[in-house]
Design a protein around this ligand. Structure first.
Ligand code: BG6
Length: 490
């Protein structure tokens, strides 16, 4: 059973309190943690936004959102009555000087509590809100600020945000969210690597042939199309989530779980990402955009049809072959891909080991396959190790690939908490290990910027793919050229 330890009394101010993230993710996550008894009686959740709403209006919105976003058996009236007591609402236009007084009044006298400002707003407001908090005397020694992605759209804009927030908060007060780091299986990757001695000797060149990371989504861009069209899949998914996964797979063992030990190891990986020449960018990256197709038998429109002017070269799919220049990973490619409107929501990391050097077995019905360790992030979180085994029978020596398969949910028999539940608790406890440090964000942008510059100078085309397929043909050919294939085979 999980051990639920209450956190110190807090005031959590959510800027963007009426927005999608607050309603869909943050409030349901807080409802769960409250339900498990982790919040002391006086802790408050204070939503702030520009809308002139009464507290009752806001509570009505929250109730609707919880009913929509929780499973039927998770919402119950008694728990809601307790939870709603914690929730306050303050109208606040952060850009207007006089608009901060309700928030200031509400927080007055509560300086001793843990105070968290969660910025679920556009990043253009991160500097403004930080300055507003400072100007109104709302930053206490126990204050923390949480920044949602995107943290800029390139290295320069990320530095600008980091500088503006850094003028008001010390680095150890700033929590930059990458919600993938709050996913249970992502954390289990640390347990798998560093709580077992089995894998470490094999976790390197000489034993690993290559690594694949797939983050596939069946959903299209939908209502976010205007925003997404300006950024594309590389900035939306690779700069943060996928590079964080690369770091956790590739990093050396940290000396402890102390936040800086872990982050010091991750930054070394980001700095060791091999820069690519324009020629390498052309051959080692693939950009795709979904056209109309079908998913699960349902027809879906193409990306261009979702746009007002039907004209865009923004990628909704990207695949990259990247290399890490250090002793452990020299010449071991990491193939990463992510895309919208792929056949299913499916994210996994596959570590493929080298072939046996020489087969002693007669010609087989199933070719000998290399061992693969698959870490499934979603759905059905778990770990699978594929090995070759002999089929039972008195004659011959028939081999076939089989799996040692561990489903975490079956094994532990509990509901898997959403990443935000974990991350919010870590903020309230003051543990920044699962958040990105400034240097990580900037190093990731540095590498991503070089790819974008290569795409722009080469005018790299976006290849169309049919919605419901595994991306454009260029994605499979990129691996094919190296004699490899995506798992599961596209
Ligand atoms: C977000 C991206 O960071 O992650 C979205 O902006 C994407 O485009 C989402 O859909 C995927 O998250 P998850 O947890 O559903 O895999």
């Amino acid at each position: 059973m999980a051990n639920f330890v209450p956190v110190d009394v807090f005031d959590l101010v959510i800027f963007g309190g009426t927005g999608d993230l607050a309603m869909r993710k943050l409030l349901p996550a807080l409802y769960h943690r409250d339900g498990d008894g982790q919040f002391l009686a006086d802790s408050r959740i204070i939503a702030a936004s520009r809308s002139e709403l009464s507290r009752d209006d806001y509570l009505a919105r929250v109730e609707t959102a919880l009913r929509q976003n929780l499973h039927d058996d998770e919402f119950n009236d008694a728990q809601w009555q307790t939870f709603r007591e914690r929730i306050h609402y303050v109208p606040c236009d952060v850009q207007v000087h006089d608009s901060w007084h309700s928030l200031t009044e509400l927080l007055a006298g509560a300086e001793g509590r843990v105070r968290v400002a969660y910025l679920a707003t556009a990043p253009s407001l991160f500097g403004v809100i930080s300055a507003g908090l400072k100007h109104n005397g709302l930053i206490t020694p126990t204050s923390r600020i949480v920044l949602e992605k995107p943290l800029g759209h390139d290295y320069d804009s990320a530095c600008e945000i980091n500088n503006a927030v850094g003028e008001c908060f010390a680095e150890n007060q700033i929590y930059r969210i990458d919600h993938y780091l709050g996913k249970e299986t992502v954390q289990n990757l640390l347990a798998l690597r560093f709580a077992n001695s089995l894998f470490e000797p094999l976790w390197r060149r000489g034993a690993v042939d290559h690594v694949q990371i797939t983050v596939a989504e069946d959903l299209g861009v939908g209502g976010r199309v205007e925003y997404f069209d300006k950024i594309g899949a590389l900035r939306d998914m690779v700069q943060n989530h996928i590079l964080q996964l690369v770091c956790l797979v590739a990093m050396e063992a940290p000396s402890s779980l102390h936040h800086d030990s872990v982050r010091d190891e991750k930054i070394k990986v980001l700095r060791a990402l091999r820069p690519m020449s324009p020629e390498q960018i052309r051959s080692n990256t693939v950009r795709g955009q979904y056209a109309a197709g079908a998913i699960d038998g349902n027809a879906v429109t193409g990306y261009l049809e979702e746009l007002d002017d039907g004209n865009s070269t923004t990628e909704t799919f990207v695949a990259i072959k990247l290399e890490i220049d250090n002793w452990r990973w020299s010449n071991v490619p990491f193939y990463v891909r992510t895309g919208k409107r792929l056949p299913e929501k499916h994210s996994e990391i596959v570590v493929e080991f080298q072939d046996v050097p020489h087969s002693i077995f007669p010609e087989q019905r199933f070719a000998l396959q290399p061992n693969r360790l698959t870490i499934r992030l979603q759905p059905d979180e778990g770990v699978k190790l594929s090995v070759m085994a002999k089929e039972p029978g008195p004659g011959g020596f028939d081999l076939r690939p089989v799996s040692l398969d561990l489903s975490f949910e079956e094994t532990f028999g509990i509901r898997y908490p959403d990443a935000y539940e974990r991350l919010l608790m870590e903020v309230l406890r003051g543990n920044p290990a699962l958040f990105m440090r400034r240097d990580e964000v900037e190093a990731a942008w540095h590498w991503i910027d070089s790819i974008i510059a290569g795409w722009q100078s080469a005018k790299q085309k976006v290849e169309s793919y049919v919605a419901g397929s595994w991306g454009p043909p260029g994605s499979s050919s990129m691996l094919d050229r190296d004699g490899r294939a995506w798992q599961p085979e596209a």
